[in-house]
Structure formats: C-alpha cells, structure tokens
Design a protein. Structure first.
Length: 133
C-alpha cells in the first residue's frame, strides 16, 4: 500500500478551493478504505481445484458476495459465492440456497483459512451446474 502524501495547497488559495480540495481528498480516502475492506481473489489458491459435496447448513445472499456453509463429512466449509445480482441472472435464486439441500461446489481453497473456499461453480441437488465467475 502506498503511503498517504499530505495535500499541499498553494499559499493564498481561496477558501472555496480549499473546501473543494478537502472534499475530494475525503472522498478518495473513503474510496480507498472501502476497496481495502473487500478481499481479493488472490487469497484463494487457483492452482488447487476442490470439489466438495455436502448439505447446506445456512446461506447468505448479501453483497458483496453470497455464501453457503456446507457440511461435508466432519468439515464445515464457508463457501464464498458470486454477488447476488450475478447469481440471480445465472439462475441461482435466493430461495434455492436453503438448509438441507445437497450441493456440489467446485472452487479454490483459501490460502490461510482452511475452512473457506471460493466457488467457481455450484450444482444443487437435482439441478444444473451454475457458473459463478
């Protein structure tokens, strides 16, 4: 991350110009903060493809990404899905991600969190695969 360089105004700059520059600076800081809060896909090992089948324990259909908690054997995976708008447009409705449904997920494991994976594709019991990326 780059260090923050303080903004310098020319001597005698009019107050309106100072206010505008301060507003722009504040907006840039907020944008940077929100961007850093979103995780990057580099956190997942795309060289290690996993296929996990299990039962959905619960699900979220919220921004920025949906998720399911999937019980497979002795393990519970937190599976990061696509944004809700993409899931909806590709045929994965909110109502279909319900507890007890069997799902097969193809995706990548998180590099640091052994219980998390990012889904590329999900197939719900009796349904067709839904591409998420």
């Amino acid at each position: 991350m780059n260090p923050i360089v303080p903004m310098q105004l020319p001597p005698g700059a009019p107050p309106a110009r100072r206010g505008a520059l301060l507003a722009v600076g504040a907006a840039l800081l907020m944008l940077a903060a929100s961007a850093s809060a979103h995780h990057g896909w580099s956190e997942y090992d795309a060289g290690n493809v996993l296929t996990v089948t299990g039962s959905i324990l619960d699900a979220g259909y919220d921004n920025p990404h949906g998720f399911v908690r999937l019980k497979s054997g002795d393990r519970v995976w937190r599976v990061i899905l696509a944004p809700p708008s993409r899931m909806e447009s590709r045929g994965l409705a909110r109502a279909s991600l319900k507890a007890g449904v069997t799902a097969t997920v193809v995706g990548y494991p998180h590099r640091k969190d052994a219980q998390e994976m990012r889904a590329e594709r999900i197939t719900l019991q009796g349904g067709q695969p839904v591409e998420l990326r």
